[in-house]
Write a protein that binds this ligand. Sequence first.
Ligand SMILES: Nc1nc2c(c(=O)[nH]1)N[C@H]1C(S)=C(S)[C@@H](COP(=O)(O)O)O[C@H]1N2
Ligand SMILES: [Mo]
Length: 431
Amino acid sequence: MHRFPTGKMLFDLYHQDPDEADRLLFGRRTYPDRRGFLKNAGLAAMGALVGAAIPFHRNIPAHFIPVALASEPAIPGKDGLTVLNDRPMCAETPPHLLDDAITPTERHFVRNNGLMPQDLDASRWRLAIDGLVDRPVTLGIDDLGARFEVVTRALALECAGNGRAFFDPKADGEQWTYGAVACSEWTGVRLSDVLTAAGLQPGAVYTAHYGADTHVSGPESGLPISRGIPVTKAMDGHSLIAFAQNGQPIHPLNGGPLRLIVPGWPGSCSQKWLTRIEIRDQVHDGPKMTGTSYRLPNRSVAPGEAVDEKDFRIIESMPVKSLITHPATGHRTADDEIEVRGHAWTGEGRVDKVDLSFDFGATWKRASLDEPVNAYAWQNWRASIAFPGSGYYEVWARATDSRGVSQPHAIAWNPRGYLNNAMHRVAVYVE
Ligand SMILES: Nc1nc2c(c(=O)[nH]1)N[C@H]1C(S)=C(S)[C@@H](COP(=O)(O)O)O[C@H]1N2
Ligand SMILES: [Mo]
């Protein structure tokens, strides 16, 4: 029997499976079948949530949540995220809420391609390692912690589609602006240690990652996403099989109880709700490995131009990028000098410098930049900016990495709107 003890749970259920939520609450399967009424357990639960009996409950349509509950957090355990889509759930964090050096779990963005698994019991979770290995093995989360060294690392994770909203013409996919990036502290075991124990066989070239989430159109439609990485990347010692996020079990929407973190590469490589890693003798061909998914044409293309599938390349390491987390864009100040701060990160190597401009790029001022706390953590920076008088200013941030590459003013269009690492700009009004 389902119960609805909290509004959070109700919201959760509506996000995961609105039809099932309606069936439980209203006793009908799908909208627009209007015969059902808010009934029994559902009626009692809804009454408890709004704090009173609902005299006209028979008039409440399916999919309808009382406005009194609108102040409930839209996503359980998340704070201030902007929901882009609720099926699958995709939510990003406004830049000014990413100000912390380590992103609190409640501000870590969510990118789901399918529906979350229902059963997230950590004590019964199993991870299979198979394919081209000498000793295929199935491990529980306790086994991982007992058999391998447990490490904690601050690791930046960014969706390859972050910044897609700024492509013109629009590129297909979730319209992420700035906030599909975070740097939480992840605890787990090294992927390389687990693969070494399993014994990679000659000819092992690629991993394939599998999770327990299901396709939005139902389980018969296959997996929502299954990506992989070259064995060389998997074995470099930086990728984790993680079971904790910021010292707590991983948030269910961030892939708890078990997920991969593959730092420096598109977030999609970091399989959530991880159940299996297969070792292959060729590049993985799972859902979202092929076609235009997480791939870029090997040449620049005009919007709308047809590109042959063979001309696409899998995106590997992510480009250098930075974010201004203070002030928030639109900031009004009476001071003529303010502190500007944020983070910078890159897919390989490290960030060497961050420069700021408040005169549309005519002059630049070097920010003070922290060392990364460990490899693949984002780096914090800050600078004081003195404005010459009142008026409208834009602060621009431009990071340069150890590959010698800087962020551009704008990037060329690509079919799916990936890797937009154009400089972040915030508006400041000096009064
Ligand atoms: N099983 C599974 N793993 C997944 C996804 C998913 O939909 N299902 N989304 C991927 C994508 S595209 C990204 S950007 C990251 C996002 O991680 P987060 O939701 O914890 O921020 O998870 C990746 N791992
Ligand atoms: Mo992503």
